[in-house]
Each structure stands twice: as C-alpha cells, then as structure tokens.
Design a protein around this ligand. Structure first.
Ligand SMILES: NC(=O)c1ccc[n+]([C@@H]2O[C@H](COP(=O)([O-])OP(=O)(O)OC[C@H]3O[C@@H](n4cnc5c(N)ncnc54)[C@H](OP(=O)(O)O)[C@@H]3O)[C@@H](O)[C@H]2O)c1
Length: 253
C-alpha cells in the first residue's frame, strides 16, 4: 500500500539488475519501500542487486527468473507478483538492450531481438501486470522509455523505434486506464552512463543514474505522467521533433 506521502511500499521490477532501476529503488528505499520482487535473466546478478537493496533497508527482496522475450511466461510472473507482494504499488519496467543499428550488421534476428526485448516483451508483460493493478484499483506502472522514442536517429533507429513503440503503448494504456486508480508513467532519459552505454561516447546533457532516481521519485510525488531526465530535454525535443528531416539526418548523432 502507498504510504501517507503516496510513495510505493511494494514493487515488482522488470529488468531487476538495471542500474537505472536500482537508482529509482534506492530513492524509494529512503522513503518507505518495504517489499520488492526483482525479475530478470541472471539470477546471480539479481541476488547481488537484492543484497544491495537489503543494505539500503528494504525489508523483503525476492528474485524470480523472467526473460521478457518469453511472452508466455508473463501471466505467471504477474501472478507471482500478486502472491508475493500482496498489493503491488509499483511496476518498474527497465528491461532493455541497445542492440545495433549499423547497416552492415543489420539482420533479421538482431532486429527482432531488440524489438522484442524493448517493446513486444515489456508491452505483453505490462498488459498482464496492468490487470493485477486494475483488480486492486490502485498502482503505478513506471516505464523507462527514452528520448530516442521521440524521434529515431540514424545512429540508433532500431533502438529508437522499439522505444517509440513502447512509449506509445504506455501513453495509450495510461489513457485507457484513466479513472481506474492505475497510472502509467513514461520516463524519457537522455544519455546516462550505465552498463548499457559503457561503450558509447558521452552526449550533451548527459545525466547520472542518481539523477534519474531523483527525477522519477519527484515525478511520482507530483503525479507526472511523463518524466524527462534532465527536465530541459522536454524543451529540446519539442524543437528537435519538428526539425525537417533533411536537417535532422545531418545533425551529429
Ligand atoms: N542508460 C541510458 O543512457 C538510457 C537512456 C534512456 C533510456 N534507458 C533505458 O533504461 C532502461 C535501463 O537501462 P540501464 O541504463 O539501467 O541499462 P542496464 O543496466 O544495462 O539495464 C538493462 C536491463 O535490461 C535487462 N534485460 C535485457 N534483456 C532482457 C531480457 N530479455 N529479459 C529481461 N531483462 C532483460 C538487463 O538484464 P540482464 O542482466 O539480464 O542483461 C538489465 O537489467 C532500459 O530500458 C534503457 O533502454 C537507458
């Protein structure tokens, strides 16, 4: 159940080893986060993340194996979240891969894997978890989209298109759920230095994982439906989304 400041006390995390998810959970642990179910592919890494959360004072942290590409496993995971957490206050969706958009490396399997990991798989799981939250009549679904969802760049159009799909799915779901007690929050970070971006050069307006954690919790407190990190990217992308394509494709990628 949300605490008196409307902060979640229980959470299920999709992509439980994500650095950005950990930053959000760390902020919530400083409030009243009590129970967390971390899900993902690597049980050892999930256990390490669970130990770090316990060190931050989260009383009950459990782990479960779940690959978001395995859509058939989504109903069982939703049922496990309900039975382990009781009321599910927060669904935090952080699973994602950068994939490759290099023309010479484009192939059917690689493109399908990126789209399934970033869009189809999470959307299918969100649908199941949204049913759990609807039945409760309360809860929030926080989804890590990206500024890449706003306009696909030639350098990462596979990733960008997958995030665009997930972003649109979550906006529409949030509208469909209006009045149900369930809210969907789309988070659009710019560049953040994490395991995912370790091999990339930094980009303008880069944020740190802790910035994302703070921005998400501040956005939850305000009841925001969309959270940009850093916040100035909202204005930057209001312009970039309407730049003519002939100009857009020439901008530094
Ligand atoms: N870092 C950035 O600059 C940035 C910017 C905007 C948005 N984002 C988004 O933020 C989210 C978190 O990214 P991050 O920066 O925290 O990177 P990260 O530390 O690499 O986290 C990515 C997470 O996705 C999980 N994952 C990958 N494939 C999966 C699958 N098939 N099934 C289940 N889980 C899977 C990884 O788990 P494994 O341990 O199993 O690999 C890991 O927990 C991603 O959705 C990313 O697209 C990141």
């Amino acid at each position: 159940m949300n605490d008196v400041t409307a902060m979640p006390q229980s959470a299920v995390v999709v992509g439980g080893t994500s650095e950005l998810a950990f930053a959000v959970l760390g902020e919530l642990a400083r409030r009243r986060l009590r129970s967390v179910l971390l899900t993902g592919r690597d049980l050892d890494a999930l256990e390490r993340a669970a130990a770090r959360l316990r060190d931050l004072g989260v009383a009950t942290v459990t782990t479960a194996a779940h690959d978001v590409c395995g859509v058939d496993g989504a109903p069982a995971l939703a049922a496990a979240a309900r039975s382990q957490l009781g009321q599910v206050d927060l669904v935090l969706v952080a699973a994602g891969v950068l994939g490759s958009s290099a023309l010479d490396a484009l192939d059917a399997r690689g493109v399908a894997r990126t789209l399934t990991t970033n869009f189809t798989g999470p959307a299918a799981l969100i649908a199941e978890l949204a049913s759990v939250l609807r039945a409760q009549g309360t809860g929030r679904i926080v989804v890590l989209s990206s500024v890449a969802a706003v306009r696909a760049r030639r350098a990462n159009f596979v990733y960008g298109s997958s995030k665009a799909g997930l972003d649109a799915f979550c906006q529409g779901l949030g509208d469909a759920l209006a009045g149900s007690g369930v809210a969907v929050v789309v988070v659009r970070p710019g560049f953040v230095r994490t395991a995912m971006t370790a091999a990339l050069p930094s980009q303008p307006l880069a944020a740190r994982p802790a910035d994302v954690g703070r921005a998400v919790v501040a956005g939850l407190a305000r009841g925001d439906e969309t959270i940009w990190v850093p916040g100035v990217l909202r204005a930057v992308f209001a312009v970039l989304r309407i730049v003519p394509r002939a100009v857009w494709r020439r901008l530094p990628q």
